[in-house]
Design a protein around this ligand. Sequence first.
Ligand code: SF4
Length: 385
Amino acid sequence: MRGIYIHVPFCVRKCSYCDFYSVETSSHTKNEFPDLLAREMDLFRDRFPEDARAAADTVYFGGGTPTVLAPEALCGLLATIRDRFPVAPGAEVTAETNPGTVSTEDLRTLRKGGFTRISVGVQSFSPTILRTLGRIHGVEDARKTIRDARSTGFDSLGIDLIFGIPGQTCTDWEEDLERTVASLPDHVSAYALAPETGTPLHASLSRGELKMPPDDEVAEMYKTARRTLANAGYRQYEISNFARPGHESRHNVKYWKRDGVTGFGPSAHGLLFPPGRAPHGLRTATPPSLAEYRKGIREGRLPWADTLVCGPEEAWKEALIFGLRMTEGVDLTEIETISGSPLPDPLREAVNELVDGGKLLREEGRLRLPGELLFVSNEVLQRLA
Ligand code: SF4
């Protein structure tokens, strides 16, 4: 089973730290977007008919802020997908949303229209931190969206949080976690802030107007998240993701397990397995530009900037680098069976070195990161890359 990802590249206003592709735009652009997506799906079906016939068991609307589009437009897009591709019964259908962009009625429409899961970008329950992040919403907006999602029938609800923010103390973060747990979500994502070059936040840091918390405090915040969420019944299943049993994001697991995902929309990425053409996968990337996206579709071609046919070594590398993000780690025999080739020598050397250095654990054919190294996993993953 594969996943389908739709990138909705619109936001009410850019947050100060954001480097995802999204734009503040006119209603005309938003109105034409569903039609562009439908045409992209048709182009995909024509070029990859076998992939188009494979059933999808996850559909994920990310962004941007998908709920900047009217709920009727989102439900219409879901119907467009169902018209063109088989979507399995019981599929997980997620919409990301931001507080302040959905009403109770909007959420009811989404639920009735077939969305099964909602992921709310709360980020923090502190008004000061929300201002630092340049979020459009307040704390009460977040609480209302969470309440509304429950009352309109979403029985799978995720909350996204950020930590390691300028001005944030360990106590602030503990309070954020307590308020999160008190909101009873099914899923929590907690990401350390990474100030990306080119963002207003990065500029403020460079000018010395803001200061990042010290690294040891950020590491402590991560430990606090792991402990608090575990005590509240959430199982950590990935470096930054925690869930009640059965509420793991099935869609995101596909990325870490290197299952097929078809991506539509500007800046969307995908991994296809066209029979006979790319047994180790074909990576696709759509440019992060609405203008280029529109141009490609109007010219009748898939608007991909880049495709990469993966070879066995690429497939192995990706399987390790993405799979090791999961706390269960990777099964080497399974990857060997899927990739049809043994672990390539350079990767075997790197793995042995990391195991000997205590940076990876090898147990009964599985490899995984030790819990205490999850926060500094980049060092290990970069060695494999
Ligand atoms: S809402 Fe999300 S995608 Fe939009 S600007 Fe903020 S962080 Fe970026």
